[in-house]
Write a protein that binds this ligand. Structure first.
Ligand SMILES: [Mg+2]
Length: 389
């Protein structure tokens, strides 16, 4: 399904709030941040950015760049107040709002066009309402088919801009940008990519995938190759509880030993997998937890899985592997399994086609069992778990 994602980002947020509240600061170089020897710039007004001042820069350095800058101590109370208004405006248009910080959020606007009109018009209305209700704060909105592109777009016409990256123009819209703009590309990987002559996102899109894999490994290669083509299947996560799906079981009597723990984990893995399928999402990480009776010591282990999954076998197998580094011989009062790093259900295949095919089969099988369960209104489980209560 084609999605419609907004990324809203307030313009120089803290500095703009201060300029709103102090007319004498307007059109002046304002730094919000600590003034002490170790002070850091929390926000910089557009006037001071012209001098090269950026947030997270030491205030001392900022003052060398712009000696006449006005340093304003932060007042978080005012910022959170404005933040609450901003988030509330977005929630009028969609319940799926994922805040990234006080002044930034993703909104999943898929399917709202019938209700509110064209995406660009909705974006303008959201901006206008925020301006109105916060007493004059401006924002920028990126409109795109996914999170990655929406975030890039919101930055393209700052301040006070709206930018649309249309469906079908994803790759060309970002081709000229530097590779660092892709989330997941840090200093180390950007150096490796430049070594093989890749400087822009467009270079990655045209690159030989085998070269990419050789340079940065299969997982990152796959990730940036997709991003470079404007593909990103992360979902908008509107509340923390949706960041992972877990299930756990506390025992009336302590259990102990590897085979016993595995036996108790299996139904948890099944519940988690069913939860994923019900929500029509997949996960890319598995976490297992084991709480000991003595001192309530909690042991957790987690791992990333290359292929997105929604089947219990993947979860169970990962749990068993993770449990190898967990003390399972002590008295245990609780075990649990969790799937995290959630993505859309139609997350495309990875480069490793063989293991995808196997997993697809398992997923299809479990989807079929869901359908049967629904029909019968009862639980049908895989044979191997029939013995667990
Ligand atoms: Mg901002």
């Amino acid at each position: 399904m084609q999605r419609l994602i907004f990324h809203l980002d307030m313009d120089a947020f803290f500095a703009s709030v201060e300029q709103r509240d102090h007319p004498e600061y307007r059109a002046k170089p304002i730094i919000v941040g600590g003034s002490g020897r170790r002070g850091v710039v929390a926000a910089a007004s557009y006037e001071v950015r012209q001098f090269g001042v950026r947030s997270a820069m030491p205030t001392a350095k900022a003052l060398r760049l712009c000696p006449h800058a006005i340093i304003v101590p932060p007042s978080i109370g005012k910022y959170s107040e404005a933040s609450a208004i901003i988030m509330a405006v977005m929630k009028r248009y969609s319940p799926l709002v994922e805040p990234l910080s006080l002044d930034e959020a993703f909104v999943d606007m898929t399917g709202t066009e019938k209700l509110f009109g064209k995406p660009l018009d909705i974006a303008q209305r959201i901006k206008d309402e925020i301006f109105e209700e916060t007493g004059g704060l401006t924002s920028s909105i990126g409109v795109a088919p996914n999170k990655f592109l929406a975030k890039i777009a919101s930055d393209m016409n700052k301040p006070d801009g709206i930018t649309l990256i249309p469906f079908g123009k994803e790759a060309e819209s970002i081709a000229a940008l530097k590779i660092e703009r892709m989330w997941g590309v840090g200093k180390k990987s950007s150096t490796l990519l430049r070594e093989i002559g890749l400087d822009t996102i467009g270079d990655i899109a045209k690159a030989d995938t085998r070269e990419l894999i050789k340079a940065v490994g299969p997982a990152l290669a796959d990730h940036i190759y997709k991003l470079s083509r404007g593909e990103d299947h992360r979902i908008v996560i509107s509340d923390l509880s949706r960041k992972s799906i877990g299930s756990e079981c506390t025992f009336e009597y302590d259990i102990s030993g590897r085979s016993m723990v595995e036996k108790k984990i299996r139904p948890q893995a099944e519940i988690v997998a069913r939860g994923l399928r019900e929500k029509k999402i997949k996960a890319r990480g598995v976490r297992v937890k084991v709480r000991l009776s003595r001192g309530f010591i909690l042991q957790t282990r987690q791992m990333k899985i290359d292929q997105p999954f929604d089947d219990s076998k993947t979860i169970f197998d990962a749990c068993c592997q993770l449990l190898k580094t967990v003390d399972v011989d002590a008295a245990i009062r609780l075990v649990g399994a969790t799937a995290y790093d959630l993505v859309e259900e139609d997350f495309p295949e990875q480069i490793d086609l063989f293991s995808t095919a196997k997993k697809e089969k398992q997923s299809t099988l479990e989807h079929a069992m869901d359908a049967i369960n629904k029909k019968l209104g009862q639980q049908v489980r895989r044979g191997s778990s029939m013995d667990s209560e």
